[in-house]
Design a protein around this ligand. Sequence first.
Ligand code: MG
Length: 300
Amino acid sequence: MKEKVKITEVGARDGLQNEKAFIPTNVKIEFIKKLIDASLSHIELTSFVKASSIPQLADASEVSAHFVRQSISQEFSCLTPNLQGYKSAIEHGYKEVAVFTAASNSFTKKNINKTIEESIQAFEDIFLEASKNNVKVRGYVSTIIACPYEGWIDPDKVLGVIDRLLDKGVYEVSLGETIGKAIPSQVEKLLNLILKKHPAKLFAGHFHDTYGMGIANTSKSLEMGLRSFDSSSGGLGGCPYAKGASGNLATEDLLYLLDTHGYETGVDLNKIVEASQYIESFLGRKLMSKSYQALLASKI
Ligand code: MG
């Protein structure tokens, strides 16, 4: 039997939040429908943040209302930076939310104006409510290898943040290599440290492709036992607080690797290409994923 790998599609949130021009809500909805049609079972739809911080996601309610309660086989999640966001998520019927911190104080300060510790403290109410409501909480840790302000990050510091989040009850920690600078040997060193203490099933890899290392780092993480990865259709994304950080690892590149390796994902690569093609036509630029481009070229 083929071994399963979980893919969390983050294009609609992590990807689109970096697009300056507002993508109309009906386009986002159509894009997400195409992702669903590709049989992605875990999709992060949006974020309940202040519209003034991320205007692109000001339509979180409309997008959520369209999908969450109607869900048959998909597990939808959203980012909730505070209790107010969490409450909105619950009103829309989400059974999973995500909270966000980092392994670098400078990064959390610039990003959410909190230290790492303050950011975790601020989630206290979310953790309490979520355990009452039986809602799963996923924890993002950004800058696991490098920070745009502090440079290379000490792996022990990353482990410290992971310990805190797991202690609070997150069911999965998404390890964010936010600026895409890491190389596989650095990922190996960090995972060696983490996996000595915690089982691999508690972690997801969240890589970026700024220096073309996204798939190399994913491959290293797979080799070391991770079976959960975040990616975005076509490689949408970046990071508004990490200058030069280009897109997330593309779902197409991830699927090409996993399919060819013989892992089971349940996701239809050709339909992901269709979703990317659709959203690309509203972006005014080309999506960067190599596998996306190769598959498009082979269609012509
Ligand atoms: Mg990302």
